[in-house]
Design a protein around this ligand. Structure first.
Ligand SMILES: Cc1ncc(C[n+]2csc(CCOP(=O)(O)OP(=O)(O)O)c2C)c(N)n1
Ligand SMILES: [Mg+2]
Length: 339
């Protein structure tokens, strides 16, 4: 059973002097990618408020380091599948911001031609298998993807993301059992953001070290600081190495926090403003990287401002596209249907 913690990996990297196990370019890339997710989500929130996005919309703000860190540990061809809180995963695996935003507004230019919306987007090219609205339903799907890879012997790994709430679902444990029995190359990523809708983890289980539940099935795993992108990447590399070398599944319980409500319609009565503010002030994943870059003189305020401008432009263009792209034609009602 692996119990390594992220702190063990914080040695200076060879090319970066004072930087912990990372190059300047990679750190700037993390900053850029996390900022893209945050600004994209803020814009999605605005468009929702303007009535341009229908249905549900679950924002990923606060959790950016999870997916950016894990994508840095992935290789081309690796797969990912997640829940309805999925915009960040799509952007981090290289899907186009325009196509994601246009799907949110239900337009033809969206990844599901405007017929799926926020929770139902896919990209076979980027190996992104959704976007699933039924809590934990993506977990057996992730194992199925990994089964296909093992069968084909292609060396690929699947990242299967789910929440702390989903982690209490029965199908997760049936999946653990089969994944370990068949030694499937799947990383189970529990994004523990401490709440399932309005229910705190303290009110939903007495067994709150979710990753340790894998022990019942013989699955190795560890807990990771999900507000630290470098810790996430390091843990992701251990997980991927475990899976790719044929040792079966691995569990990462990534401790994170969502700043916004569960969805856009959340009364937010289950936690205090102070609790949220404290996380933003003390643990923000983007500020963390920003501070490493600035205090170590690896980037200047101007360098970071230039990235901010570039991201703003990408997001504004995506928003424009999502308003200008036409609604799907009525004939589309009869396409993409399995009967
Ligand atoms: C099977 C099922 N039960 C209930 C719901 C309603 N529901 C939607 S999200 C959610 C909470 C899940 O929380 P968690 O797994 O922690 O993910 P998070 O929203 O925090 O990312 C619930 C109960 C659902 N979509 N599917
Ligand atoms: Mg949760």
């Amino acid at each position: 059973m692996a119990t390594a913690t992220a702190a063990q990996t914080a040695e200076p990297g060879p090319e970066s002097g004072a930087l912990p196990n990372v190059s300047r370019d990679e750190l700037l890339k993390f900053y850029r990618e996390m900022l893209l997710i945050r600004r994209f989500e803020e814009k999605a929130g605005q468009l929702y408020g303007m009535g341009l996005i229908g249905g549900f919309c679950h924002l990923y703000i606060g959790q950016e380091a999870v997916v950016v860190g894990l994508e840095a540990a992935a290789e081309e061809g690796d797969k990912r599948v997640t829940s309805y809180r999925d915009h960040g995963h799509m952007l981090a695996c290289g899907m186009d911001a325009k196509g994601v935003m246009a799907e949110l507004t239900g337009r033809e230019g969206g990844y599901s031609k405007g017929k799926g919306g926020s929770m139902h987007m896919f990209s076979k090219e980027r190996h992104f298998y959704g976007g699933h609205g039924i809590v934990a339903a993506q977990v057996p799907i992730g194992a199925g993807l990994a089964f296909a890879d093992k069968y084909q012997g292609n060396g690929r790994v699947t990242f299967t993301y789910f929440g702390d709430g989903a982690a209490n679902q029965g199908q997760v444990y049936e999946t653990y059992n089969m994944a370990q029995l068949w030694q499937l190359p799947v990383v189970f990523v529990i994004e523990n953001n401490q709440y399932a809708m309005g229910t705190s983890v303290k009110r939903s289980t007495m067994s709150r070290t979710y990753w340790e539940r894998g022990a019942a099935y013989g699955i190795a795993g560890e807990e990771v600081d999900g507000m630290d992108v470098l810790a996430v990447k390091a843990a992701g590399e251990r997980a991927v190495e475990h899976c790719r070398s044929g040792q079966g599944p691995y569990i990462l319980e990534v401790k994170t926090y969502r700043y916004r409500g569960h969805s856009m319609s959340d009364p937010a009565k289950y936690r205090t403003r102070e609790e949220v503010q404290k996380m933003k002030d003390e643990r923000d994943p983007i500020e963390h990287v920003r501070s490493i870059l600035l205090t170590g003189n690896h980037a200047s305020e101007d360098d970071l401002k230039a990235i901010d401008r570039e991201i703003k432009e990408i997001v504004n263009e995506a928003a424009e596209f999502s308003k200008e792209s036409p609604e799907p034609d009525v004939s589309e009602l009869w396409t993409d249907i399995v009967a």
